[in-house]
Design a protein around this ligand. Structure first.
Ligand SMILES: [Zn+2]
Length: 232
């Protein structure tokens, strides 16, 4: 008889949503306090079987168990934000993008209604930290964020939400209210068979440093952003 395989090599159970199945690996409590004083408690949930082998984490916030029960009974779906990692914005507080304020906003809004923030380890729209910083160097020479990625031989947006779909499946989330301005996230998740009951836009976080970035985002990827008019 063969020995029992280490857990990470266990063959996943058959797919339900058209993607391989992942399972919850562990959950722990994280008391959170943001630099501006907001505090809440999250359950940080890790997974086995994610397709890309990356260490994505779900933060379950507010009364998420009740939100799941309510949704299963046909009521209001849990609020979910898939948030792609941004070391410079989320941790360093860089104002070149709006990731930090969006992360902060999402924590509070999800804590109120109950739901999940999926923290996805795909820095720089999936191109990685160093290449993102290379792209910033090109932006200092006048290219916008998408043109810079293309100049580096990378896609405008290489993010893939398959692991996010797996995480939602493992959490028992089949329908959700999506906290996002990005139509690509909605399309990819719906493609896995997840029902999006509502698209909830995030607030606009404009600063003098990120206005150009936000305009490029609105122009290139059909983000629903109400930006102040460009001066002629
Ligand atoms: Zn960012």
């Amino acid at each position: 008889m063969s020995e029992a395989l280490p857990r990470r090599f266990v063959r996943p159970t058959p797919p339900v949503l058209g993607i391989p199945r992942a399972t919850v690996r562990r959950e722990v409590t994280l008391p959170l306090r943001t630099p501006d004083g907001f505090s809440t408690t999250a359950r940080a949930i890790t997974f086995d079987g994610l397709v890309d082998g990356k260490e994505h984490v779900a933060l379950a916030l507010g009364d998420w168990r009740r939100a799941l029960r309510r949704s299963a009974a046909g009521g209001q779906a849990p609020l979910v934000r898939p948030h792609s990692e941004c070391l410079t914005g989320d941790v360093f507080g860089s104002e070149r993008c709006d990731c930090g304020p969006q992360f902060r906003e999402a924590l509070e809004r999800i804590a109120v209604t109950g739901g999940f923030l999926l923290y996805l380890r795909q820095e720089g729209r999936g191109i990685g930290l160093y290449t993102k910083l290379d792209a910033y160097a090109l932006q200092e020479r006048g290219l916008d964020t998408f043109e810079a990625n293309l100049t580096l031989g990378r896609g405008e947006d290489e993010r893939d939400y398959t692991a996010a779909g797996q995480m939602l499946d493992a959490l028992g989330v089949r329908r959700l209210a999506l906290l996002s301005n990005n139509p690509d996230k909605a399309q990819q998740l719906e493609g896995f068979g997840i029902e999006i009951t509502e698209r909830v836009p995030t607030r606009l976080h404009v600063s003098p440093s990120n206005l150009r970035y936000l305009r490029a985002k609105a122009r290139h990827s059909a983000h629903t952003l109400q930006l102040p008019p460009e001066r002629a």
